[in-house]
Design a protein around this ligand. Structure first.
Ligand SMILES: Cc1cc2nc3c(=O)[nH]c(=O)nc-3n(C[C@H](O)[C@H](O)[C@H](O)COP(=O)(O)OP(=O)(O)OC[C@H]3O[C@@H](n4cnc5c(N)ncnc54)[C@H](O)[C@@H]3O)c2cc1C
Length: 303
């Protein structure tokens, strides 16, 4: 006997235009679901968690698989760009390395060949590995709907597990990142139950850069995955760092604050106490790693 219901039958539509997608969403309602890599959607349909009569494949639409970088405008990543595309793209690696690192942390090489950035964000899982990277980079999500296009800052996108600010009649076309902060260094640290193919027990993204806007001369952004109902900015920790000289004491205090800001749950992957302890440990390690990069660059030893 099958332990799972198995993948039910459905109609497949390869969308030919943005208008067609919106029309199908408007007329089909909850029976219509959007498809990109299918690594979340098809698994959930197989398990009977999601029911859909029609899957609308949007990954072939113009721009959906394009990565475009401009030093003045920043980076635009088509929603259907895969994790392996992101991880190997020269512009992403050079200017937004934390995003390449986060993409490489998703699942296995085989899954990363299909799994897309847009699917990872639209699934709205608290454990989405790319979310902390896009958050610390100040990303905006481009949504296309009946009224045209709108942009939503990623900090306002996640509303709860599986819930986002995307309206039912909208779909994601791209993720936009502002031009990279001058001299920025970042890292994404992920703790899973095994090295490949598992969701994060804890994920921590840290980005630091020289900044004349804060007294210490360096600004830090921190975002957390898998430790709250949504991917989360550790804003109290960021504020503390905006007022203290970078170094061991400040990083330890900020890491403690980040652990307090986390709102983890017990689940199959881990427990509350362990997750909090790991937020503290990974945040401190992330800050130290980033600081080493910034210090090396300022003393002329960096790239
Ligand atoms: C074995 C395995 C391991 C995994 N490990 C990880 C991991 O380590 N880290 C991690 O973060 N994730 C992991 N995942 C989850 C998954 O691979 C990622 O979330 C992936 O990025 C989803 O992208 P996709 O293109 O496959 O999305 P899809 O499955 O195609 O879609 C995901 C959701 O987004 C919706 N959607 C699709 N396209 C759009 C659009 N254009 N606009 C709006 N909504 C849209 C779909 O309807 C669906 O609800 C794993 C999955 C598997 C099967």
């Amino acid at each position: 006997m099958l332990s799972r219901p198995g993948l039910p039958s459905f109609d497949y539509v390869r969308a030919g235009s943005h208008d067609e997608v919106v029309r199908l969403l408007v007329t089909g309602g909850p029976d219509v679901r959007l498809l990109m890599g299918g690594t979340d959607l098809l698994v959930r349909m197989r398990d009977g968690v999601v029911r859909a009569r029609t899957l609308v494949d949007v990954k072939h639409l113009p721009g959906m698989r394009t990565i475009a970088y401009d030093s003045a405008a920043g980076l635009t990543v088509g929603a259907a760009v895969t994790m392996n595309q992101l991880a190997s793209n020269a512009d992403v690696r050079a200017h937004y390395a934390i995003l390449a690192e986060a993409a490489s942390a998703v699942a296995s090489y085989q899954v990363r060949n299909r799994a897309t950035l847009g699917g990872n964000l639209c699934n709205a899982s608290p454990a989405a590995d790319t979310a902390p990277a896009v958050m610390v980079l100040g990303g905006r999500l481009v949504l296309c709907g009946p009224e045209g296009e709108r942009e939503v800052p990623i900090d306002e996108f996640f509303l709860g597990p599986g819930k986002s600010a995307r309206q039912a009649n909208e779909f994601l076309t791209a993720v936009r990142l502002p031009p990279p902060r001058q001299g920025a260094r970042g890292t994404y640290l992920k703790l899973g139950r095994n090295r490949e193919g598992d969701l994060a027990v804890v994920g921590v993204g840290v980005l630091g850069s020289p900044s004349s806007e804060v007294p210490p001369g360096y600004a830090f952004s921190i975002a957390l995955a898998s430790v709250a109902p949504v991917p989360l900015r550790a804003t109290a920790a960021e504020r503390l760092l905006a007022g203290q000289k970078p170094g061991g004491a400040a990083f330890a205090a900020a890491a403690q604050l980040a652990a307090q800001e986390a709102r983890p749950i017990d689940d199959v992957r881990s427990g509350v106490a362990y997750r909090r302890a790991m937020v503290e440990s990974l945040t401190r390690r992330g800050l130290e790693t980033v600081w080493r990069g910034l210090s090396a660059a300022s003393s002329g030893r960096g790239r």
